[in-house]
Each structure stands twice: as structure tokens, then as C-alpha cells.
Design a protein around this ligand. Structure first.
Ligand SMILES: Nc1ncnc2c1ncn2[C@@H]1O[C@H](COP(=O)(O)OP(=O)(O)O)[C@@H](O)[C@H]1O
Ligand SMILES: [Mg+2]
Length: 309
């Protein structure tokens, strides 16, 4: 089979009937194993691309294949091998998690007995065993999301698409879900979208940065740092005159300054700051730094300097 073991997008463009151009000629390929995370601001096109790859939406032009199967021409075959949780997905309110998961599996062609067995196994796996018989509408937001994750675990699909699986959840539920997804990604291909960059950095084997319908960067963290050309971030607590620098200087609120730069310059700058008795910290560049540099804005405008507490 052609491109076996890869997801390949060639010139994928989507213009909605309203005239909104959601995606402009998206080109990339990633291996269909591990976790691929697509990050981008609201309206960047994440849901549109996810839905096209999950065979739920037709592109205006372009071709996408997953393990050599075309998302348009081989959609039926692909659907048997994929499980999808759309951004707006919520468990059916009048069903229990067990009922929802087993009916989903039966709909996928699995026998009643096997569906029950797998559903019971999956609710234990996500830690929902005590709530498996409660109506979904009585579950907390975090439990609802876990029920959906249990559903994709039970489906045992090769390719799993989850569009913003943790948005709006409290930090502890988010952490639980990312842990489950990390485990899931060890054996399968997970395609996730998020705007929680810390989590993306922890869980993703590869990250794609989408902005305004264009894919601006793609790679693992090291590759993204290489593309940026800078490896370190120096945060300086206080208003000082900096020596001339090649790196990028960003001014934050409260007179704080961040310098994104090379290792050599970070060392040089550290020496100067120590000499002047200025408080500072040095860290490897984070995905948040990379996003800001590549896109020119934060993923959530309000959150710039959110790391200063
Ligand atoms: N059904 C639709 N009809 C018209 N425009 C849409 C539709 N869905 C999304 N869009 C537009 O396409 C762009 C990308 O949206 P979307 O893929 O939902 O982005 P994201 O998931 O990154 O927030 C936005 O400008 C949005 O307004
Ligand atoms: Mg979306």
C-alpha cells in the first residue's frame, strides 16, 4: 500500500459555503503512530482539518491519506479503523456510560456480549467503574469526558481523533485525561487538538502549529527548537538595561523581560546578570515560547506571562 504508516495531507484547502477560507493548502506528513497534536488559536482551522481527516467533512480541494487510504474515496474502510470524538461531543444524557459505550460498539458491528465486556473493561481503565451505571447527565464534566475516552479505548481503533478533549475541564481532570491519552498513544495513532500548550508539550510526539488556516511549523520539540534557532529562555525579574543581544527580547507586564536566545548567548547574559546582581532564571524554550515566536501572538491573548505567578 502506498504511504503505509503515514498520514499525508497534500494541498488540503477548505472554503465553506459562506466563503470562509478555513484551510489554505495544508501540506504535511506524520507517521501514524504515537501522538500528533495540532495546536492553534480559536478559529485557526483545527476542527476543520480534524473533521476532514476523520472523513466527516469534504475538503474543497486536495488529497489526504491515512496509511494509504484516501479520506474521500476509502472513507468506509477508514471509518472501520478509526474512532472520533468531535469537539462538541457529549455523552448521551439519558444513557449510562456502560450503555453508551456498548451501544457504540454494537453500532460498529461488535456482538452484544463482546460490547458489554469491552465497555466494562474500558470504564475501569478510565476510573469510572463507580459511575458506570449512573445516567451521563448526572456526571461531572471531567467524568463525561472520561466516558468519551473510554468509548474510544473500547473501540480498539488504529486511528483515534479527539478534538479538544480537555477544553474547559479543571486541571486535575485534564491531567487524568492526558495521562490516559498518553497510554493510549503508546500503541495507536492519536490525532489531538488543544490549546493547552504545556499539555501538548508533555504528551505529543509531534506538534503542528496551525494559524489562520496555514500550517506554520511541524515537528517534535527538538525539531521545533531547531527551526526557531534558539534553545533557551532567560527571564529577568526587574527593569534593567540589557547589553546588545542577537536573541529576541520580549517585554512583559510588571517590567519583566524575557530573552529567547542561543545557549552561548544565554550563558553570556547569565554572567552579566550575575555580575550586576539581577534576579533571573534560565529554562529551555517551551512550546509556549515557540508558539509565540512562530505565530507572533499567544494562543490565548490573556495568558501571556501566565507563567509568572
Ligand atoms: N460550518 C462553518 N461554516 C462557515 N465557516 C466555518 C464553519 N466552521 C468553521 N468555520 C470558520 O472556519 C475557520 C476555522 O474554524 P475551525 O476549524 O472551527 O477552527 P478551530 O477549531 O481552530 O477553532 C473559522 O474562521 C470559522 O469561523
Ligand atoms: Mg475547534
Amino acid at each position: 500500500m502506498r504511504n503505509d504508516g503515514e498520514l499525508v495531507c497534500t494541498d488540503i484547502t477548505k472554503i465553506y459555503d459562506t466563503g470562509d477560507r478555513a484551510l489554505s493548502s495544508i501540506n504535511f506528513s506524520v507517521p501514524t503512530r504515537g501522538v500528533f497534536t495540532l495546536i492553534g488559536r480559536n478559529g485557526a482551522g483545527k476542527t476543520t482539518l480534524t473533521r476532514i481527516l476523520a472523513t466527516l467533512l469534504e475538503p474543497t480541494s486536495g488529497v489526504a491519506t491515512i496509511d494509504g487510504l484516501d479520506v474521500m474515496n476509502d472513507a468506509n474502510e477508514l471509518r472501520e479503523r478509526m474512532a472520533v470524538v468531535p469537539q462538541e461531543a457529549r455523552p448521551i444524557p439519558w444513557m449510562t456510560p456502560l450503555q453508551m459505550i456498548s451501544s457504540y460498539l454494537m453500532w460498529r458491528g461488535i456482538s452484544y456480549r463482546e460490547s458489554r465486556r469491552r465497555a466494562e473493561e474500558a470504564v475501569v481503565r478510565v476510573g469510572l467503574e463507580d459511575s458506570a451505571h449512573r445516567l451521563s447527565r448526572t456526571l461531572s464534566g471531567g467524568m463525561k469526558r472520561k466516558a468519551l475516552v473510554a468509548m474510544v479505548i473500547a473501540a480498539d481503533a488504529d486511528f483515534i481523533f479527539l478534538d479538544e478533549p480537555t477544553t474547559g475541564l479543571d486541571p486535575i481532570s485534564r491531567q487524568d485525561i492526558w495521562t490516559l491519552l498518553t497510554e493510549l498513544g503508546e500503541k495507536r495513532f492519536l490525532f489531538l487538538t488543544t490549546h493547552y500548550l504545556e499539555e501538548a508539550e508533555m504528551i505529543a510526539d509531534r506538534v503542528g502549529i496551525l494559524d489562520d488556516g496555514t500550517l506554520l511549523a511541524l515537528g517534535n520539540m527538538d525539531e521545533l527548537r531547531m527551526q526557531l534557532g534558539y534553545q533557551y529562555s532567560v527571564r529577568i525579574h526587574g527593569d534593567i538595561d540589557l547589553p546588545p543581544l542577537n536573541g529576541r527580547v520580549l517585554a512583559g507586564r510588571d517590567g519583566q523581560v524575557q530573552v529567547i536566545t542561543t545557549q552561548d548567548e544565554a550563558m553570556y547574559l547569565s554572567d552579566r546578570l550575575i555580575d550586576r546582581n539581577v534576579k533571573f532564571s534560565v529554562n529551555p524554550i517551551t512550546l509556549e515560547d515557540i508558539f509565540y515566536h512562530v505565530v507572533g501572538r499567544d494562543i490565548d491573548t490573556e495568558n501571556r506571562w501566565g507563567w509568572i505567578r
